[in-house]
Design a protein. Structure first.
Length: 306
């Protein structure tokens, strides 16, 4: 866990009375602040896995250098999610030291302009992805996309030594609620499972996962990851976070409870720097046996500054 520490810098002398008043006020404030809470402080928290000493971390926005800085000497993170397209096989050996498992991010429902294969598939994009400039939903029913995901990208990741796949943007089924979109995702997952026999976590995509569970095909996946069950992102540009209302949260709580009942491992990512909210999240995860990563980095870069 990393925390920014504040240093008070006084630019003029304080008289004796203001100093006394200041410390009295500080003591009073400390009585009302939650443990670990400091007004205005910025917190980045890796919440420990509730079922063991090794936690869960999501660093899909981190460079190889940031990943090494974050993980090489870390003994607490047992499952790290990274974008392995941008690390080498040698990097993987180091990142997996000490028995750590490393799953790779694999975006099957959208495509970003920075990917070197973007121009080959721009003709089958569907619409811009809200809040993420330069990213577009893609038609997963297209065979050329299915082939590239399964036979090129996934194969490259497996050769590097990844232990599983963290599948993103199955929400394309929510955006385009058609049978061919659903079937396209199922085809991709089926090929990944049959070809590589590695664990698969679905990030988000609750509409798709629910349809998968209803069809009895939950054996295609091993877990689900849900973002922002307790927290909300109020402003992406300014990185303003909030707390989700209990009534809205209940929807995700019910969804995750069903996923666990169906035999899936449940993971969460929460975005906040409010330590009171972190305590609520930890209690919820411990009660239900869920794994959670809490951060205030929308870039998911491990908050590593090089």
């Amino acid at each position: 866990m990393q925390k920014n520490r504040y240093r008070w810098i006084w630019q003029k002398r304080l008289s004796a009375l203001p100093v006394i008043l200041f410390y009295v006020a500080a003591v009073i404030c400390s009585l009302f602040l939650a443990p670990g809470m400091s007004a205005g402080a910025k917190y980045i928290v890796d919440v420990e896995s509730p079922d063991g000493p090794l936690g869960y971390g999501v660093y899909i926005g981190a460079t190889a250098e940031q990943l090494h800085a974050k993980l090489d000497n870390d003994k607490d993170i047992g499952l790290a999610i990274i974008d392995a397209q941008y690390v080498s096989s040698e990097d993987m050996i180091s990142l997996k030291s000490g028995g750590r498992r490393v799953y790779s991010y694999l975006n099957i429902g959208s495509i970003e302009e920075f990917r070197d294969y973007y121009s080959s598939f721009s003709d089958i994009t569907l619409a811009p992805y809200e809040n993420w400039p330069g990213e577009y939903w893609i038609d997963v029913s297209e065979e050329k996309w299915q082939d590239y995901i399964c036979d090129n990208i996934a194969a490259e990741l497996v050769l590097k030594g990844v232990d599983g796949f963290f599948i993103d943007n199955c929400d394309v089924y929510y955006m385009y609620n058609h049978s061919w979109i659903y079937k396209g995702i199922v085809k991709i997952l089926t090929r990944l499972k049959n070809t590589y026999n590695l664990p698969i976590i679905i990030n988000g995509g609750n509409d798709f996962v629910t349809a998968l569970l209803n069809s009895g095909n939950q054996n295609l996946i091993d877990g689900v990851n849900q973002e922002s069950v307790y927290s909300t992102i109020e402003d992406y540009e300014k990185k303003v976070f909030g707390e989700r209302k209990a009534l809205d949260r209940a929807f995700y709580e019910e969804y995750l409870a069903r996923a666990k009942k169906e035999g899936l491992i449940v993971y969460m990512i929460e975005y906040t720097r409010d330590m009171r909210l972190v305590e609520k999240i930890k209690e919820f995860c411990q009660q239900n046996g869920y794994k959670c990563y809490v951060t205030d980095s929308l870039a998911l870069d491990g908050n590593v500054k090089l």
